[in-house]
Design a protein around this ligand. Structure first.
Ligand SMILES: CC(C)(COP(=O)(O)OP(=O)(O)OC[C@H]1O[C@@H](n2cnc3c(N)ncnc32)[C@H](O)[C@@H]1OP(=O)(O)O)[C@@H](O)C(=O)NCCC(=O)NCCS
Length: 387
């Protein structure tokens, strides 16, 4: 396999983008990534586009062709990737594999979702399709409901408190203040989270990621030519994707996601990196409990110990292990197909030293963790500076 580098990144502002259609979002992020890589469209051989539910949200299908068209790519191989909230992470892994295998040289990976053209009820139903439609959604359980079950069990087994969960939201909203692409630029307190409206007990509005619009894109190249385009190629050092049962009730445990544990072991082994070497991680915090379980399952904390550590500030930007420096899904918003690619953009900017007020000092190795559904798909990547 060849070594692969990220040579360009692009993002749109996340949020209620009433003024922009799905095509505008795709063009905004895609063209920004091409410009960042200083690449012309005729050099690009393939595109992988992550999107969860463009048909339900916008009536638009055939998304990869649309994305290629919007950024002026003609006669290339364009493939849509759908893996629920992990669509972006899975698209990135396919782009990586295409370059690593030698099949293609320059590849674009994009992720988009335009969720606000439908009502919140319609969006909740569409998102419910990421679980087992027959055994979960049609019985009345939504995604906030599934994660609420996990939160309750975590609280029961480990004494995790609602205030500790709230501290995840407070941290991530705080980090988002320094990210111009984030949806929320609003500092919040534990009290704000505790007093926000109940969504699915014990998860309140401010424990949830939002329904919003946004797009992200990156450009990949083999390492041997990456320096032609950029002085700071970021190496994709490890890549793993692992699945599990679609239905939460069929899992062995409600307090963790086994696929995360296995994917982390595989990606770190490929990268030749130990957990203590990771300088920052973008962790899938679709709900506050998801970040707590995420850092435990990734092996950064023992089971039952992360919530206290987060509440004590260990995962702040200047803490022992900075988590979700971008603001995460909570502070940035969660346009589902875009999220996995946005996580890569954040880690690349950090490893380049371009993250401004969010910069983790001396960051050299970063990790992304993207979850589809309640854990039926997990994608983990490890990145490192390549100089
Ligand atoms: C939590 C949720 C139900 C809130 O939707 P809602 O009740 O319709 O909220 P509203 O649209 O009434 O918004 C009320 C206010 O809260 C804000 N808001 C909405 N969701 C928010 C969130 N998740 N975090 C912070 N603020 C939020 C809105 O901007 C609005 O602010 P304003 O009054 O200043 O305009 C919705 O965001 C949701 O379903 N989130 C989870 C999405 C999901 O499941 N994703 C997949 C994960 S696997």
């Amino acid at each position: 396999m060849r070594e692969v580098a990220v040579i360009g990144v692009g993002l749109t502002k996340f949020g209620d983008r009433w003024e922009a259609g799905i095509k505008d979002l795709a063009a905004e992020a895609g063209l920004a990534a091409l410009e960042d890589a200083k690449i012309i469209s005729s050099e690009i051989e393939a595109l992988y586009g992550g999107i969860m539910s463009s048909g339900r949200f916008t009536d638009q299908e055939h998304f990869a062709a649309l994305l290629a068209d919007q950024i002026g790519l003609k006669h290339i191989s364009a493939v849509r990737v759908e893996n629920a909230c992990a669509s972006g992470g899975s698209a990135f892994r396919l782009g990586y594999m295409a370059v690593a295998s030698g099949m293609h040289d320059i590849v674009v990976v994009g992720g988009v979702e335009k969720m606000t053209d439908v009502t919140v009820n319609e969006a909740t139903t569409a998102l419910g399709g990421a679980g087992d439609q027959e055994w979960e959604l049609s019985q009345g359980i939504t995604f906030p409901g599934l994660y609420a079950l996990m939160a309750r069990r975590h609280m029961h087994d480990y004494g995790t408190t609602q205030e500790q969960l709230a501290s995840v939201a407070v941290k991530n909203h705080g980090n988002a203040l320094a990210n111009k692409y984030a949806q929320f630029h609003r500092k919040i307190t534990i009290d704000d989270v505790m007093k926000s409206k109940m969504i699915a007990d014990p998860l309140k509005l401010l424990d949830c990621s939002s329904i919003c619009d946004g797009a992200a894109a990156v450009v990949l190249a083999p390492m041997e030519i990456a320096k032609k385009y950029t002085d700071t190629p970021i190496k994709v050092a490890g890549s793993a994707q692992v699945g599990d049962t679609l239905r939460l009730a069929s899992r062995d445990s409600l307090t963790g996601i086994a696929a995360t544990r296995i994917a982390a072991d595989k990606a770190l082994a490929q990268a030749g990196v130990e957990r203590k070497d990771i300088d920052l991680a973008e962790v899938h915090d679709c709900f506050t409990i998801a970040e707590v379980m995420g850092v435990e399952d990734l092996g950064f904390y023992n089971k039952g110990e992360a919530a206290k550590a987060i509440a004590e500030g260990e995962t702040m930007i200047d803490g022992k292990l900075p988590v979700n420096t971008s603001g995460g899904l909570k502070g940035c918003g969660h346009p589902v197909g875009a999220t996995g690619v946005k996580q890569v953009v954040e880690v690349v900017e950090q490893l380049r030293g371009d993250a401004g007020a969010r910069q983790v000092n001396g960051a050299e190795i970063g990790l992304t963790h993207n979850v589809g559904g309640s854990g039926a798909t997990v994608v983990v990547h490890v990145f490192r500076r390549a100089d």
